[in-house]
Design a binder for this molecule. Sequence first.
Ligand code: UD1
Ligand code: MG
Length: 526
Amino acid sequence: MCGTNSMGHSAAWKSPGVSGLPNVRVRSDNSHLMAAKDTVVIVLAAGKGTRLKSDLAKVLHPVGGRPLVAHVIRACLPLKAAQILAVVGFQADAVEAAVTPLGAETVVQNPQRGTGHAVQIARKAIRRSAKYAVVVPGDAPLLRTETLAALINTHRSGDAAATILSANLPDPTGYGRIIRKNDNSVAAIVEEGAASDEQRAIPEVNSSIYCFTLEKLWPCLAALKPENVHKELYLTDAIALLNERHERVLAVIAPDPNEILGCNTRESLADVDRIFRRRKASELMDSGVMIYFPETVIADADVTVGRETVIEPGVQLLGATKIGERCLIRTGSIIENSRIDDGVILDAYSVLVESRMAKGSRAGPFARLRPGADLREGARVGNFVEVKKSILHEGAKAPHLTYLGDATIGAGSNIGAGTITCNYDGVHKNPTTIGKNVFIGSDSALVAPVRIGDGAYVAAGSTITENVPADALGIARGRQVIKPGWAAARRREIAKAAKGHGKSAKRRKAKPRRARPRKKSSRRRR
Ligand code: UD1
Ligand code: MG
């Protein structure tokens, strides 16, 4: 679906503010959230993710075009916690590179001895002022800020030592189950592997998202024992230990159970990605974008689309793509890190990477715009046209079957079908410069470096190796020769040969003998 790091896009037309903490965009409806200055957020991101059977650390796997852990941190940012601390371990450098631009600090857990051990390791990096810790796993990308804020509020107002975010799942398999007491507070979390049949039937699961009062948590963490199949220190065991100390543990049920979904397997990654895409499509439609068959449309997290734009089925909008208002993006098109201004038509099955289409320009069907393709106002490229690092100025057009690489095409110029800019000499890429209102006849090869002056013509079928001055005609092809009657004579010759062949075959049948080769008539001079 979204290829290799089709996710690790580069940044050509990236809007400012996509990376770097000061510019990180957060949802504007979070302005009411209070600053949680006495709170540290601990993101658990050290695990390998064995069940994915991948060479890439689990938290770096993409959903909605962003690594899992980046979604989690972005959901935490508006809480304005004093500190966001990511516990890293497996592929620590790569995970660190993903989280530090978002403003997180890191602490290394090596070896990784479980979720409880990860929080123990985090302790040394937590500032003294922190009273509460919000713990979030790095693999729950659908989590919303509002849900975290509600969790913190319940924790503070409920006088609890720990508050768990839970959810009722139709299929709770694989998750830890919440064991409630009669007074509705929580007695324990039981992991799937240790659960009885009766406990496995409980639909309420642990999200691995918690709010802890730190001074109550530390003694319980110190008491954790690796008494489970994996011989790990489970953070979930701290809940029973808090109960032993007569501390109160609450659980808040997430209003949308999808929010807590983790990504332990490829299938769960795909499920979560699907939910994310659907959410994004809904957001776009709420803002006035028309999306047909939205379940087939893929839009990455940072994509923006203007109102009244129509998106047809099977479109992929990837990376930091920005699309203006009143555009038509037709079926099957893939647009990555590109910018499309208002009123653009992109016809079916076109592929754009790091390209730009200005107001009223048009491309496709089957157009390929590679990095640096720049269609200015009203410019047009048609079917089977490939454009790389080239500008088509206002109103210029290349309607069919053309390659334009390292070229500048002046306003109003027309590039005929089958034109090729021969930009590569085997060593260097060379530029082609075409002036304004130029006419390039079909099937021309422009051997770069070469310049065609304003208003010039190039005759169809030319191989242009020298500059063509303004208003001149460049013609560079073999002269046509006419041979009157040649075709008719040829047909007569063929017919005669066929007749002769038929006669000799009959003779051979009557009296078999070795056929003598017929003497060829001398060829007519041409
Ligand atoms: C955990 C919970 C389970 C809960 C589920 C929700 C435990 C023991 N179980 O299980 O109750 O229902 O999440 O998704 O906590 N990590 C580290 N260091 C480690 C181990 C893990 O940082 O030593 C990180 C992982 O990278 C991951 C997170 O902690 O981001 C959770 O670990 P994971 O292996 O996904 O736990 P689950 O088996 O899903
Ligand atoms: Mg998990």
